[in-house]
Design a protein around this ligand. Sequence first.
Ligand code: PLP
Length: 386
Amino acid sequence: MKIYADNAATTPVCRAAINAMQTCLNQNYGNPSSIHEAGRLAADVVSSARRKIARIINAHADEIYFTSGGTEADYWAINIAAEIGAKKNKRHIISTAFEHPAVLKSLDRLKKRGFEITLLPVHGDGIVRADDLLSVIRDDTALVSLMYANNEIGTVQPVSLFAKLCNNRGVLFHTDAVQAAGAVPIDVRNQFIDMLSLSAHKFHGPKGTGALFCRQGIPVTALAEGGAQEHGKRAGTENVPGIAGMAAALEQSCRNMNVNNAIIMSMRDRLIDALGGIEGSKLNGHEKHRLPGIVNFSFEGIQAEALLHLLDMAGICASAGSACASGSQDSSHVLLALGLTHEIAKSSLRLSLSAYNTPEEMEYIIQTLPPIIKRLRDMPPVYDNN
Ligand code: PLP
């Protein structure tokens, strides 16, 4: 049996996205900036995708800026806020210790430019608290950036509450919704969100396409100059097939969200029940406040790297945390932020599901995992100098 259980890393592309992209590649190959018919047809594809995505998150079409993915959207959002802040002499930014590196690295860069960065602690259940925000927010805070849902443990954060508190204080609020989009409903207006990052390949769209929502009235710093694309703020010929695929995938994921989530959650809960019964196992992250599809367990006394290889040999694609961190010897910063020791953090397995998985696959995982864990625990220890 071949099982793909690494949907937080990336998802299979859905039929609706493939069809939309194929139409672009075969027929709408014009450059959207050209004034002739082929150009106009391609421009229509981009406008229609922009409107679709805007409608789904309750934004206006001119508030959507297409990007090359979630990393670029995060980087851009943080830069926009920093530029606005610097002009008003507000150089304090609040985020959290378990953000994606796309956010954390952008903040590191700003620190070198003289910004003060406060990272809120993450509690043992993988959730941040509004009280912690209230104790550090200041008059010179330019931005609060809080991820909608964590990519390694799947916990969903109190985004609406944080955004409302920021709104009351006149502080910009950004959320990295890369893992949440398509899995939970998002309404930027009613949730008081100023900026939001999306990535198509996490909801069955193509890789290399994403979007930044930036609320009207926020002055947007250009990411690249040299063309009128993306409201003049991100020059470069648009990735028309990618954009069309992204809109089709988001539309499809949101249309089927309730039905799919019920199926995905029942598979996830079956895994949580069964894997929780393995001796020395621990579920990471809150049991309820989590995305439908992400399960993260630590298994005392094993090395995740070795576990992943044996699972791969048994036909199961899983992950030890974020795909970006795989292959590195470092413990996951997310799990360390939760208070796990290095040893336990390095023994963690992430299984992430989508509607393409089946209950039979869950049973296979449940049967396959315990003997592999036993085998690893029975092996003589490998000494780790970290
Ligand atoms: N933010 C989160 C929470 C993610 O999980 C990811 C991808 O793993 C990203 C940002 C980066 O998105 P992309 O791969 O589209 O650059």
